[in-house]
Ligand binder design. Structure first.
Ligand code: FE2
Length: 136
């Protein structure tokens, strides 16, 4: 199973959409590496990249929310923080148990399902708010 970016995930802000696409790509690499048993080093490398990239990405969204005084900023940021906590749990699990099919299951639950829901319900709302505001 992989996570495929389609236009339903578009929030209408190019930077955010590009970052989501990059996240999807890296998450797929992670799932693939686990499924194919590509080894702990490879999986660690992808997890480290994701950990950093998620911070960059959430930072971009939060910056734009502050800039345009988005009324749902705090609730949105809380979701990001919650994800980061879960992601750190996933990393710990990997460090303790290594990569494998169990990590795929956890990744699907913690990363894939969360990201899908978050983009479709929360980021698209932000995108709609930003339409017509950005670039003015
Ligand atoms: Fe977000």
């Amino acid at each position: 199973m992989s996570i495929v970016w389609t236009s339903e995930y578009a929030v209408g802000v190019p930077l955010i959409d590009q970052q989501h696409q990059e996240l999807f790509r890296r998450i797929n690499s992670l799932l693939q590496a686990c499924n194919e048993g590509q080894g702990k080093e490879k999986v660690a490398e992808i997890l480290n990249f994701l950990e950093e990239y998620v911070q960059v990405h959430f930072g971009s969204e939060e910056e734009v929310m502050i800039k345009y005084a988005y009324p749902e900023y705090l609730a949105h940021r809380k979701q990001h923080q919650h994800f980061v906590e879960n992601f750190m749990d996933l990393k710990r699990k990997f460090e303790q148990e290594g990569a494998g099919i169990h990590l795929v299951v956890t990744t699907n639950k913690i990363v894939v399902d969360w990201l899908r829901n978050h983009i479709l319900l929360t980021d698209t709302k932000l995108g709609a708010f930003l339409q017509g505001r950005i670039g003015q």
